[in-house]
Every structure is written in structure tokens, then in C-alpha cells.
Ligand binder design. Structure first.
Ligand SMILES: [Zn+2]
Ligand SMILES: [Zn+2]
Length: 371
């Protein structure tokens, strides 16, 4: 279902609204269910083509599609963060496009930005990691070295705009002379025309391909954050620069640790006797085992704070600025199953402190009253 909409309609990315309409009408006639009764394949294709036209026939949704691909189109399903990129972390690969595309205001347009969601384990999010990410993107066509021209030929300078990609129109109006500049209609702003297009890329100078990228996940990231990888999006047509790749992060929960901002928090269960008399225990932290001395009389909910042992604080450019704290929270567990001997000891304890406690008879009476 992730077929490129332009490919589906068989038009170039630079196609005009009229070209798109024409291509759609032609395909819709061919694929219409009335003309292909019982042909499931044609029916599917008809639906896909209709969807592609729906998106590309509207300037606004077409622009969004060009930027984000199909991920940008989903009304609610595919976008877990409600469409906004609240927290964007920049520049892990630095500036330049890895595809060496041309940039600047003239020349072929830049490729679209892409989005991908990456699941990160709790520990990888705390300490950082490298993740293999697969993206469906556009890469430069090798057959024609991204020129779009068939082997042995080369693009020629557009006669209409003489390579500028833009045309100026001078118009007389009541207010005097008006000069407007717009993309050249003959070459769609490319400044060049191709007499015989490359067969591999149909003159686009790029092909759609699924590629694998290694993404550096900085230490301290959390769900809802997005990494922007400059120049790692789709390349533009005919040597145009590459867009950016937006990596949305989704961090999994951990069975014993949770995050509160930059702090790592865990529960330390101890018994009533350990709380009253004190104890020593080994605490498994994400950095290794920590020896914890619990003093006598520690209260339920007390927090032992180990400074600087929490989550790295994410600074500018993904570099860490120190770490949060590690907080171990005491949970005093009251035993629910007591042996006869344990019960006797506790009853004796209560007696010494002059505390009223239920006797066995009352407990069983209460139990039967509530059952
Ligand atoms: Zn090509
Ligand atoms: Zn031109």
C-alpha cells in the first residue's frame, strides 16, 4: 500500500494539476469496476489510483504528501503524535546531504521529507544506541547518474527560460507595468529538458527504493521526541537536494524502572521487621549493582537519592549535560500470610506496646460476616 502516488498515476513529481487530472481520468476509465467486472486486481488499483488523485489534486494535501509521503496523509491512524513535532532534536549527521545533491534556490527542487517511527528499549533510550531503520525513499538513479536522460544523451538547456527555470512576464495594468516571475512551464523549473528520458527512472533522475540507515539514538531520549536527520530524506528529481528524515521515537516501558523527567525511579520492597530494624541490600541499577544501607526506622515512601545516576540530560545537538538522579523508593510490605509462630510473635509485640489487635476468633467472625 505504500506505492508512490505519482508512480501510481504515472506522472512526474513536477506534473501540473492538469497533467494529474488527465492521467487520473485516463486510468479511472481503464480501471473502472464497470469495465472490469469481477476483476479484483483492477478494483484494488482503481481504489489506489482514486486515493492518489484525491491527495494530489488538492494543492495543500499534495504539498504535505511531497513533504512527508504517505505517512503525512493518514487522518489519524499512522500518526501517533497527533501531527505535531513537539520536541525536535537536530543535527546528528551535520549539514551536507549524503547524496551530494544540488541545493540552492535555482535548479531542480529538493526531495521530500520523510517520517519514520522507531521503537527504542528503555535501556537504549537511557544510554543511547544505534538503530537500523528501514525507509522507503527516493535515491539517485544510477543508470543516468540522476540526470534523467537516457544513456548516451544528456539534458539540453530549456529554450523557453534559457536554463533559468523561471520566466518573467511583463503585463500592463491600470497601475502600470507588473512583472511576475513563475516556474518555467516548459521545464517545470528544472532549466533543462530531456529529449529521451532514462528508461529506469522515466526521466525523474531518481528511483523509489527501500533502504536501511543506521540512526544514532542519543542518550536520554524519550517518547514523543523526534530526531531530524538533515539530508537523509528523499532526493529531489534530477539531482535535486535531499529532504530531511524525521525519526519519531517511542520508548518502551521497563519492568522495574520508570522515568520522572530525568530521574530514574524504582521501588525497594522491604518487610516490616527490616523497616523497623534497618537492613542492607543490593539494588540493581542500570549502571550495575548498588549497595544500599537502610537505617532502622525507615518510613514507607522514603526515597534514597543517588545523585547523577539517573537519565542523561539531553542538551543541544543531542549531547548530554549531566544526569538526573536515581531515586529508590521504600515500599514497606505488610505480610498477608503468617505462620502460627509468626502470629504469636506479633501478638506479643503488640501486647508489649499496649496496642489492641484482633484475636483469631474475631478475625474469623469478620471473615464470615463479609463472605
Ligand atoms: Zn535514470
Ligand atoms: Zn524552462
Amino acid at each position: 500500500m505504500s506505492t508512490d502516488f505519482y508512480e501510481l498515476l504515472g506522472v512526474a513529481r513536477t506534473a501540473s494539476a492538469d497533467d494529474i487530472k488527465r492521467a487520473y481520468r485516463k486510468l479511472a476509465r481503464e480501471l473502472h469496476p464497470d469495465r472490469n467486472p469481477g476483476n479484483k486486481e483492477a478494483e484494488e488499483k482503481f481504489k489506489e489510483v482514486s486515493r492518489a488523485y484525491e491527495v494530489l489534486s488538492n494543492d495543500e494535501s499534495r504539498a504535505r504528501y511531497d513533504r512527508f509521503g504517505e505517512a503525512g496523509m493518514s487522518g489519524g491512524g499512522g500518526d501517533p503524535f497527533g501531527g505535531g513535532f513537539g520536541d525536535i532534536i537536530d543535527a546528528f549527521f551535520g549539514g551536507g546531504s549524503p547524496f551530494g545533491g544540488r541545493t540552492g534556490s535555482s535548479g531542480p527542487p529538493r526531495g521530500q521529507d520523510l517520517e519514520v517511527i522507531v521503537d527504542v528499549s528503555f535501556v537504549d533510550a537511557v544510554f543511547g544506541s544505534q538503530q537500523e531503520v528501514r525507509v522507503r525513499t527516493a535515491v539517485a538513479c544510477d543508470e543516468c547518474s540522476a540526470t534523467g536522460a537516457a544513456a548516451g544523451t544528456s539534458p539540453t538547456t530549456c529554450g523557453e527560460c534559457r536554463g533559468a527555470g523561471q520566466v518573467r512576464r511583463v503585463r500592463q495594468s491600470v497601475l502600470g507595468q507588473m512583472v511576475t516571475t513563475s516556474a518555467c512551464p516548459r521545464c517545470n523549473g528544472a532549466g533543462e529538458t530531456i529529449a529521451s528520458p532514462c528508461s529506469a527512472c522515466r526521466g525523474e533522475g531518481r528511483i523509489v527504493k527501500e533502504i536501511s540507515l543506521t540512526v544514532e539514538i542519543p542518550a536520554g531520549v524519550d517518547t514523543g521526541q523526534t530526531l531530524r536527520l538533515t539530508g537523509r530524506g528523499a532526493v529531489g528529481p534530477r539531482g535535486g537536494g535531499a529532504g530531511d528524515l524525521y525519526v519519531h521515537l517511542r520508548v518502551a516501558a521497563h519492568e522495574s524502572w520508570r522515568r520522572e523527567e530525568d530521574d530514574l525511579v524504582t521501588d525497594v520492597p522491604i518487610s516490616i521487621a527490616q523497616a523497623a530494624l534497618g537492613t542492607e541490600l543490593d539494588l540493581d541499577t542500570l549502571d550495575g549493582v548498588e549497595h544500599l544501607v537502610v537505617p532502622a526506622g525507615v518510613q514507607h515512601g522514603h526515597e534514597f537519592v543517588l545523585r547523577g545516576r539517573g537519565v542523561p540530560r539531553l542538551g543541544q545537538g543531542g549531547r548530554a549535560r549531566g544526569r538526573g538522579n536515581l531515586r529508590a523508593r521504600v515500599v514497606v510490605e505488610v505480610p498477608t500470610k503468617l505462620s502460627g509462630a509468626e502470629r504469636d510473635v506479633l501478638r506479643r509485640f503488640a501486647e508489649l506496646r499496649g496496642e489492641q489487635v484482633n484475636d483469631d476468633g474475631i478475625v474469623s467472625k469478620i471473615k464470615s460476616a463479609f463472605s
